[in-house]
Design a protein around this ligand. Sequence first.
Ligand SMILES: [Zn+2]
Length: 699
Amino acid sequence: MNRKLFLFTLILIGFSLTNIAQENKMENPFFNKWSTPFETPPFNSIKPEHFLPAFNEGVRLEKAEIDAIINNKEKPTFKNTIIAMEKTGEFLTKVNRVFFGLNSANTNDELQKIARTVTPILSKHRDDINLNEQLFEKIKTIYKEKESLKLSQEELTTLENYYSNFVRSGANLNSEGKDKLRKINQELSMLGLRFSENLLKETNAIALVIDKQEDLNGLPDDVKNAAKELAAAKGYQDKWAFSLQKPSFIPFLTYSKIRDLREKVFKSYINRGNNNNEADNKNVIARIVSLRVDKANLLGYKTHADFVLEKNMAKNAEAVYKFLLELWEPALKRAKMESADLQNLVYKDGAKFKIAAWDWWFYAERLKKEKYDLDEAMLRPYFKMENVRTGAFEVASKLFGIKFIPRNDIQVYHSDVEVFEVQEADGKHIGIFYSDYYPRDGKRSGAWASGFRSQSNIESKFITPLVYNVGNFSKPTKDKPALMSIDEVNTLFHELGHGLNSLFQNSVYPGARFMPRDFVELPSQIMEHWALEPAVLKMYAKHYQTGDVIPNELISKLENSRLFNQGFETVEYLAASFLDMDWHTLTDNTEKDVPLFEKESLTKIGLIPEIEARYQTTNFGHITGGYSAGYYSYIWAAVLDADAFQAFKETSLFDKKYADAFREYILAKGGTEDPMISYKKFRGREPKVESLLKKRGLN
Ligand SMILES: [Zn+2]
């Protein structure tokens, strides 16, 4: 090839490469303005191959934005530093929110591979910002002058949050310390990802395939039908399959009369992540805990819990343990009484075995039937998913005057997803709400709320939120709609509460908001109180076939059984909370023997063998997913929500004054000031623990 031709070819290749890149940019929705309604993500045209280029561009842009702040030669001010920081990263946030939303709710091999590629890049990018000395110097300068800057309360909070976030991210470390921290963060980010991938694999596993009619003994037709559909979907013809997703295995434990099959299914459930296979989480979590000790020490804290709790209402580990122990004793006492009642049923049958953890659901269901003439099968027909969701919407409407309008013109990432526009009573747009309620292989277990976009109002540019609720509820079968259990009904209301919190947020700066973990469950858990109020049930609990409103007789049975099994539920929850705290109050970084540590932790509190902790270390997604030293939060916040709901009980269920105050101080402004101050503004006083004890029958 002569030289000229060679050059010419090079230029041609160069041209065509640019063209491809240009074309790709044109086709990649992240590089274009979204012309969808309310600029919702255009899911129909987002493809997995769009993410990596978009992530790269997002990182590049944010870097450039940060550099511009650093290189600004003017004296640092709130405007040229803090507001400027608030405006950075718009592109990256957009990609991030869509990608990680999908990776949790609708993942596949391709997305998981991308997650593994981008996670270390994002971890490094975060550290590049948080550990940048010049940037921190600027923030520190403004922070030192904060008293003289005449900032609004919200601006002051934003500034303080920035300063404290930088310090907590290692900004004060020397360069050796910073290097160490970077390495720890890199490794932690990958371990967290691996933990959740393993857990997803283990939860999707088929725990049991039944091929003989007699092994179905005790199972109601609905349960059999769902199991048959699952088996068919997994390639087993004319068999019945059960997975480790709750809507599948809980009914099996509740109804199966075959004790060793219950044992098999239950053990598969609690051993998720602990099967010595390629999805084993023991080493993963042991390493995570050890690195958390290193990180806490590096940042000047004795334990990971000290590091986390400093920002929570509880403030320190002592306060958490003290609170948990206060509840533990009465709860365990009640659980032992419940256990004795169940044991009596075993003896009554003429059997001699000691009741075990895999027997609890089965005998509890029988006892409930005997004592209250009530069972799940009587209730489910009144809790069709669409009716329940309408009920939750109606509660929100009655409290806050808002409307939920179905929108079929907004794109979704899966056919199970439904979309609603949320409006004020006068029609003013508030935001978009997506619901995605049924389990599938690409969805992690549990239920959660988050969003594709958060509210903000920087420089009077009001951005409205895009909020979603994801769950793993009982899904429709060929011949029946989705009929929910009471537990699922509560969860649907719970997640809508988180959703309302995001929809109602009203602050200028996202950086002003910090909802402590043990406060953030107040908006969600308070919704559960309305779910089962008789007056509310009459609004939405209608028979899926006849449309008849739930009869009074059934409501009173529900009311009478309100305290049933509360010992068990509180104990299994508290046990997991203690386990979480024990892991995160470790002061040494040796990697522990996970089963041994867990056993010691649960023995120490005197957990009885017929109850297992709600999660085991190897499948405790909360402690790798943002609730480390934070699982206690649910019951901590329960003091607040029980006390807050009492305000409505004492006045009226939809009292306007309290509803307005709740929206204003907790939902709209919550997190922009000290939570206790917000709470007192709503309630007029501090919360009292009595309402919680009464609600659980522990007083
Ligand atoms: Zn929650």
